[in-house]
Design a protein around this ligand. Structure first.
Ligand SMILES: Cc1cc2nc3c(=O)[nH]c(=O)nc-3n(C[C@H](O)[C@H](O)[C@H](O)COP(=O)(O)OP(=O)(O)OC[C@H]3O[C@@H](n4cnc5c(N)ncnc54)[C@H](O)[C@@H]3O)c2cc1C
Length: 406
């Protein structure tokens, strides 16, 4: 369906679209509404297909590959009208739409753009990110998963870990080593890996929240078509950091946030302040001056988070602020819920919701690069401070001392 090009008509059209969003996307909070719930994925695909078919998905993507092209004014109107109305199941596409597709658009040949952009934007294909390994997290350049050419295919072997959403992903953006004789930041290539094949085994990791949001992924001679390379051969470090910049923007600026009333257990969103206010009212502490001060602080933090996004501050600043806000909001919820914050009945759905956020907020400081790494980035690249000493930048990866891996 074509959205109207006239800005006034377009605004009314977007409003109507969100008014009419099918009720199947709305469900009350429940014990099984975490990121590992397959119903989330069904709802997510339905939401995204509706958005795409209404002609509202793909601003900034080439028309030939299923996008809407550059339409800054309509895009701005869409952002204004969709704020706070995007269902939180959109988070299922955080890696594909928020990170992988922009890199595919910017660094792949038109044929690969044609292959991946339309199904990605429409939610027909869900992506995950295969970067971290048991021996390569902050020091990502130490990754040891290898890719070897075999005729018309690449053969991939290695182990990845902390892979969010791998359990329902169709495709993965993968970093693998293609030339171990080069120093560790070179000789890496970015690939697109089809997940549904015999060489890929996904094992869920259950977190202390009770939700299995991320996974271990074992890759044993998995196959990738020879041209499913993003950017150039051995240029994967540059591609990898380009994608991470999108990740920090996404996790830093709150671009995906469901309705502020919606109580869902999804990974990276700080608790919305209106929910904290209602919690304070429910436990009868809304007039307590200390609680009021905490709520005012959280409210300011939420506004600052939005302004940082609107100002397009450095992504590391947005990310640091967002994780700080996540901890602050969770601490307030925990203090209001006391003693429920430390123990609750298994069937107490409401307490379970607050608990999820209390326990989950720490992980926000790790995913997408830890707080310390964000500070290093700001210190070195923004403030121009002395760089951390690096002793292995010119040593062949194969000559480095490493823990044994697969
Ligand atoms: C919720 C969540 C989702 C995630 N999703 C994904 C995903 O989808 N795909 C994926 O590939 N990965 C994912 N990750 C992994 C994430 O990217 C890593 O956890 C992160 O990069 C840190 O790596 P690490 O866990 O190996 O910790 P380490 O790198 O071992 O760090 C341990 C500690 O040392 C500190 N440290 C390390 N190096 C330095 C340094 N140079 N200076 C100062 N301090 C330092 C760190 O800040 C940290 O406190 C996810 C993680 C979380 C928590």
């Amino acid at each position: 369906m074509n959205a109207p090009a006239d800005p006034v008509a377009f605004r009314a059209y977007v409003r109507r679209f969100f008014d009419d969003l099918p009720s199947l996307l709305d469900e009350p909070v429940g014990a099984s509404d975490g990121d590992d719930d397959p119903r989330q994925v069904t709802r997510a695909r339905a939401w995204r297909a509706a958005l795409y078919d209404a002609g509202l998905a793909g601003f900034g993507y080439p028309v030939e590959a299923g996008g809407l092209g550059d339409q800054p004014e309509l895009h701005r109107i869409y952002q204004e009208e969709s704020r706070g109305r995007v269902p939180s199941v959109e988070a299922v596409f955080g890696i594909g739409i928020g990170m992988a597709l922009p890199v595919v658009r910017d660094h792949c040949a038109p044929a690969l753009q044609q292959r991946f952009l339309r199904p990605g934007l429409r939610g027909d294909e869900i992506w995950c990110q295969l970067y971290s390994e048991p021996n390569a997290g902050s020091d990502l350049a130490s990754l040891a998963t290898r890719a070897e050419r075999d005729g018309d295919e690449w053969v991939i072997t290695g182990q990845k870990v902390w892979t969010s959403g791998a359990q329902h992903a169709d495709l993965a953006i993968l970093l693998a080593r293609t030339d171990p004789s080069m120093p560790k930041h070179r000789g890496i290539t970015m690939f697109v890996l089809p997940m549904g094949q015999p060489g890929v085994t996904v094992r869920p990791l259950r977190q202390m929240t009770g939700v299995a949001e991320f996974n271990e992924v074992f890759i044993d001679e998995a196959r990738v078509p020879v041209d499913w390379v993003v950017g150039d051969l051995h240029d994967g470090w540059r591609m990898g950091t380009a994608l991470l910049a999108h990740e920090r923007v996404a996790t830093g600026t709150n671009s995906v946030m469901g309705s502020r009333d919606e109580q869902r257990k999804t990974g990276r969103n700080p608790l919305p302040v209106p929910q904290l206010v209602r919690l304070a009212q429910r436990v009868g502490r809304q007039d307590d001056p200390v609680v009021r001060q905490q709520l005012a602080l959280a409210y300011s933090g939420e506004r600052i988070m939005r302004w940082l996004g609107e100002r397009r501050a450095h992504p590391s600043i947005g990310k640091l602020w967002r994780t700080r806000q996540g901890r602050l909001a969770a601490d307030i919820a925990a203090s209001l819920q006391f003693p429920g914050a430390v123990g609750w009945e298994a069937d107490d759905v409401e307490a379970d919701y607050w608990q999820y956020h209390v326990l989950n907020c720490r992980g926000m400081s790790l995913g997408g690069g830890t707080d310390e790494i964000q500070r290093n980035t700001l210190g070195e690249r923004v403030l121009g401070l002395a760089k951390e000493p690096v002793l292995d930048a010119d040593v062949a990866f194969s000559d480095l001392l490493r823990n044994p891996s697969r």
